[in-house]
Each structure stands twice: as C-alpha cells, then as structure tokens.
Ligand binder design. Structure first.
Ligand SMILES: C[S@@+](CC[C@H](N)C(=O)[O-])C[C@H]1O[C@@H](n2cnc3c(N)ncnc32)[C@H](O)[C@@H]1O
Length: 208
C-alpha cells in the first residue's frame, strides 16, 4: 500500500480506538508502569520530544525539570492526552503531527522518547530517521517497544498472527525495532529485555 494511504488508514484506526484505548490497555498498564518509569529515568537534558504520545500514559513520568513537546497523528488520542494535561499532570505542549514528517528543525531536542509506537508507524525506518534528524548531535533516543521474539517457533507464530493484531489494534507484533533504529543512522547503545524477549527498552544515540 502507498505510504500516505497506509498512514491515513492507521490514523483513522487510532481515532476509532481512542475512546476505548485506556480500557483496552487497563489490564496490562499496571505492568507497564515500571517500564515507563525505567524509560523516563534514562532521558537526558531539558528539551524532550515524545512521539506517539497517545492518550498521555507517560505524562505522569515526565521529569519535573523538562520542557516536553509531545506529538501524535491521531486527533482522538490527543484529545484524551489534552484532558489529562489540563488536569495538571505535566507541563507539555501537545501537537498533532506524523512522526514520519516531523515539523521541527534539525538538532532541536536533547532526548526523543516513545513507548509502544514503532509497532504501528507504517514506515518505521522513515519515522526513526526523522527522530535522528530532530535529535541533537550526541542526543539520546529511548524506546519502549514490543518486538518479534528471537525464538524461531514463537517468531513464526507471531508472523502468523500479525495480520489479526494489526486488524484488531493497529499494532504489528513482528517488528525488528532495534534493527530499524540501526538502519536510521542512530547508534544503539543498549537493548534491555523486559519480558521474555518480546518487550525491549532500546537506548540509542545520535552520532556527534
Ligand atoms: C499503541 S499507542 C501507544 C500510545 C502511548 N505511547 C502509550 O504508551 O500508551 C501508539 C500511538 O502511536 C501513534 N502513532 C502511530 N503512528 C504514528 C505516526 N505515524 N505519527 C504520529 N503518531 C503515530 C498512535 O496514534 C497511537 O497514539
């Protein structure tokens, strides 16, 4: 499918999911909390970009000293993040934007962060190249992502079930996100396994 059509279809899917998203992830969110905390403990500097902010699940973890700009292409998801931000959960500027075409200047942010996003970006390498572009030289990138298993049997199963996962929740369960980060030109510094090889915290850096 053409990338613009795929992006539009993904955006509309998230607009549809938005009212139910917090309920859908409610059961697993308890487990996610410590992973989110871990990811936000890794951010550096004051100017932070969060891409794919969704309904704002990371807002409570933003460092108090940080100036955060957070983007998402789904107006429905952003509406919920805005209402959370208005309740004073964090200081953040929320903007509607496609990760694959970020409307920021080069070298603008000290850290770029995302959680559970690159499973659904239609062209993940293009999105990661945009992150590389807007990150300052030597700046940090932290990603919390579910990825395909290194176990061949489980990987085969994940590939088989992937179309259903995309149809149901818009998420690919068979992405190789650390490899995609390397393809974008960022340098992967550490990949920490958080859950049976299928949830990873990826720490990367833009070359100086
Ligand atoms: C699974 S949700 C995760 C939301 C949030 N980061 C969290 O941890 O709960 C994925 C989010 O990425 C956003 N997203 C996916 N592709 C995107 C793109 N190309 N540009 C901007 N946002 C995108 C979706 O709208 C959705 O809000």
């Amino acid at each position: 499918m053409d990338i613009n059509k795929a992006t539009e279809a993904a955006r509309r899917r998230y607009d549809r999911i938005a009212p139910l998203y917090d309920i859908m992830v409610g059961l697993v969110e308890k487990r996610f909390r410590k992973w989110r905390q871990m990811m936000w403990s890794k951010v550096e500097g004051r100017h932070i970009l969060e891409v794919g902010v969704g309904t704002g699940k990371n807002l409570p973890y933003y460092p108090s000293h940080a100036e955060v700009v957070a983007v998402d292409f789904s107006g429905g998801m952003l509406k919920r993040a805005r209402s959370l931000a208005a309740r004073g959960k964090a200081s953040v500027s929320l903007r509607q934007m496609d990760i694959q075409k970020l409307e920021f200047e080069d070298n603008a942010f000290d850290t770029v962060a995302a959680s559970f996003v690159f499973c659904s970006v239609p062209d993940p390498v293009r999105g990661l190249m945009e992150i590389e572009r807007v990150c300052k030289p030597g700046g940090k990138v932290v990603l919390l992502e579910h990825v395909i298993s290194a176990n061949p049997v489980l990987a085969w199963l994940m590939n088989l079930v992937n179309p259903v996962a995309v149809w149901f929740g818009g998420e690919n369960i068979n992405r190789r996100t650390a490899d995609n980060v390397r393809k974008s030109g960022l340098v992967v510094e550490r990949v920490t396994d958080l859950a049976g090889g299928i949830v990873k915290l990826i720490e990367a850096r833009k070359k100086r």
